[in-house]
Design a protein around this ligand. Structure first.
Ligand SMILES: [Fe+2]
Length: 335
């Protein structure tokens, strides 16, 4: 096929953000407004699910939410809110803050078979490999570059690990533009698509999904989705070797993503919320060593949401973007 490069704000490089200008620090007024709204949520978390954006009155935060959505939907594809007022010891309050932010920004979807909409990303297994059985977010292992479910994945940092646990982002548009120059054959393989393995979870059996393109070409922009590990696992599950052209394509994709000029690396701080558009940016995390005190373990709250009318609409209509965790009713969390 004839390839074309896609310029624009989604085709960024790490150096574009060396000045930290991509980080939005909340003003004291915004912090206060968020804390008041979070405290006002009912004690019964089930009732939070009945709320919608119109129930919120956040005049100081509203311009910031617009700016974040513009960056995610029409710009670079990621954002970071910093300075959210919360204590590393008050996990319940972090859930409240997360819910207010999520309700203001989009339509939340479940992220596991239990129907949970806020997931605790913390190490409950000491794993050095995220294999056929283990979803990455419950381990302390490195998570290689991937995209999550939903239009936008967010991570609210409650507690950080003393060692490791760095996050990194890469622009899939930049990777695409580089691949069509340097290795068009591998780019073609990614346009043709790769299978994805969905791990066994709840009453869902592990299974390999049909091939799905990594790159989706649109009129004037590119949409993408990739998960390196889930694209390798179909072959580990079947015992068949990965075809050489698929291996070469994923290797090229990962090598370009990992180049220092393409990889924006940082360590989330308590009170940070990272938001990443899953059709624009890859994200990853380095391995980490936890604090020996179980009450001080690294803890991130993860949440996935869709943006009605957003750019993902060009691939999948809204009513089919709820993911595959739809067999159980939504719940904020299971305790
Ligand atoms: Fe992720």
């Amino acid at each position: 096929m004839a390839f074309r490069a896609y310029p624009g704000p989604a085709a960024w490089r790490a150096g574009d953000f060396a000045d930290g200008s991509w980080i939005d620090v909340l003003t004291p007024e915004q912090r206060g407004e968020l804390a008041v709204a979070a405290k006002a949520l009912p004690a019964d978390e089930d009732r939070w699910l009945e709320m919608s954006r119109s129930d919120l009155d956040l005049p100081a935060l509203a311009p910031l939410f617009e700016q974040v959505t513009a960056a995610l939907e029409r710009g670079r594809g990621f954002a970071l809110l910093r300075g959210i007022d919360m204590s590393p010891d008050d996990v319940d309050f972090a859930y409240r803050v997360n819910w207010i932010l999520a309700t203001a920004l989009g339509e939340v979807i479940a992220q596991n078979t239990n129907g949970e909409v806020i997931g605790a990303v913390t190490s409950v297994v000491d794993a050095n490999d995220n294999g056929l059985e283990t979803r990455g977010y419950v381990s302390n292992a490195e998570l290689r570059f991937h995209c999550d479910g939903g239009d936008v994945a967010s991570l609210l940092c409650v507690r950080q690990a003393p060692k490791g646990g760095y996050s990194a982002l890469a622009s899939m548009t930049t990777i695409h533009n580089t691949m069509i120059e340097e290795c068009p054959e591998q780019a073609q393989t990614l346009y043709d698509g790769l299978s994805i393995y969905m791990r066994k979870e709840g009453n869902l059996a592990g299974r390999t999904m049909p091939k799905r393109p990594v790159f989706f070409s649109r009129e004037d922009h590119l949409l993408s989705w990739a998960n390196l590990r889930l694209m390798e696992l179909p072959y580990e599950a079947s015992g068949e070797p990965m075809p050489a052209h698929e291996r070469a394509a994923l290797d090229a994709f990962e090598e370009i993503a990992e180049r220092p000029e393409n990889k924006l690396s940082f360590k989330l701080q308590p009170g940070d919320m990272l938001l990443v558009h899953n059709n624009v940016c890859l994200h990853k995390r380095s391995s980490f060593t936890d604090d020996p005190d179980p009450n001080k373990k690294r803890l991130m709250l993860r949440l996935w949401y869709n943006v009605p009318g957003g750019r993902a609409e060009a691939i999948t209509p809204m009513d089919r973007r709820k993911g595959y965790f739809t067999q159980n009713p939504y719940v904020i969390r299971h305790r």
